[in-house]
Design a binder for this molecule. Structure first.
Ligand code: HSE
Length: 299
């Protein structure tokens, strides 16, 4: 008996929501097939689309680490064989490790007769994130499992809130051909911020959430700012500020680092602006001699 599940790419942080906000990009993602086996234990049989870079060892692969956390919670052991079809580039900031863990959990949960609700799968996927980057952040795994725009209000009780999305909100993803490990781009972050920075960031996160609820594009645009992670991380992404200038000039709502980068996300009202923003971004990266992939999708 086997089950295949798909889980989408995600944009974490969304500028002002460091570690607490993320949304799913439905048409990009990873596919995982989980097959029940007689012999107890988890094995990764095949991985396609990773250029041979991902580990097959069960304690190093996000699919098997997530499923093991789930089986531990059930207090049981099973035999399962996992096949992973990577649709997402590694180290891209598009929630690649999270999508594999999310798809694996959804498939395994189905295979076991759905002992868990979707919300309950999130902590298991967080264990996979902990293994992959050293931090059990949920802002990729929660939207990858639940879909849509998700706020993690609090980690102690894993209080998650699904947020509304205004009609016609589009996301452009600009993926420069660079690889950035989340662990590395977390290591450049400051551990302390000033009272002033905390105030500015709180204003923006509150404004972004209010903008989503009120479908207020102006408020969303004014709120897409990050004074905590972006100043340190933007230095790792050539062309970051040039891209922002180019896309703001043609009417995008805002741009920022997708998760820990190097992918840049741009939010726009309407598909046309989103497409133009993608073209302008491509031109910026061509000038500095970096290849890019561009994806445009409704949020
Ligand atoms: N919130 C995480 C970070 C997302 O910024 O490190 C990683 O994709």
């Amino acid at each position: 008996k086997k089950v295949t599940a798909f889980a989408p790419a995600t944009v974490a942080n969304v500028s002002c929501g460091f570690d607490i906000l993320g949304f799913a990009i439905d048409d990009l993602g990873d596919k995982v097939t989980v097959e029940l086996k007689e012999a107890v234990g988890l094995t990764v049989a095949r991985i396609e689309g990773d250029g041979g870079k991902l580990p097959l060892e069960a304690d190093k692969n996000t699919c098997t680490v997530a499923i093991q956390a789930m089986l531990d919670a059930l207090g049981t052991q099973k035999g399962m064989e996992i096949s992973l079809e990577k649709g997402l580039p590694l180290g891209s900031g598009m929630g690649s490790s999270a999508a594999s863990a999310a798809a694996a959990l959804v498939a395994a949960n189905e295979l076991l007769g759905k002992p868990f609700e979707k919300n309950d799968l999130v902590p298991f996927a967080m264990e996979a994130e902990r293994m992959a980057c050293g931090a059990a952040h949920a802002d990729n795994v929660a939207p990858s499992i639940l879909g849509g725009f998700v706020l993690i209000r609090d980690y102690d009780h894993l209080d998650m809130v699904k947020l509304p999305v205004p009609k016609g909100l589009y996301c452009t993803l600009v993926h420069p051909h660079l690889e950035l490990k989340t662990a590395d781009s977390r290591s450049v972050l400051r551990q302390q911020i000033s009272l002033k920075e905390a105030t500015v960031q709180s204003g923006n996160i509150a404004g972004l959430i209010a903008g989503l609820y009120q479908s207020d594009y102006g408020l969303i645009s004014r709120s897409l700012k990050d004074v905590i992670a972006e100043p340190s991380r933007a230095l790792l992404i050539p062309g970051f500020y040039e891209l922002r200038e180019a896309v703001m000039d043609l009417g995008a709502l805002g741009s920022g680092i997708s998760g820990s980068g190097p992918t840049i996300f741009i939010l726009s009202q309407g598909r046309n602006t989103a497409i133009q923003a993608g073209e302008a971004s491509k031109a910026v990266f061509e000038k500095i001699g970096l290849g890019v992939d561009i994806y445009v999708s409704e949020v």
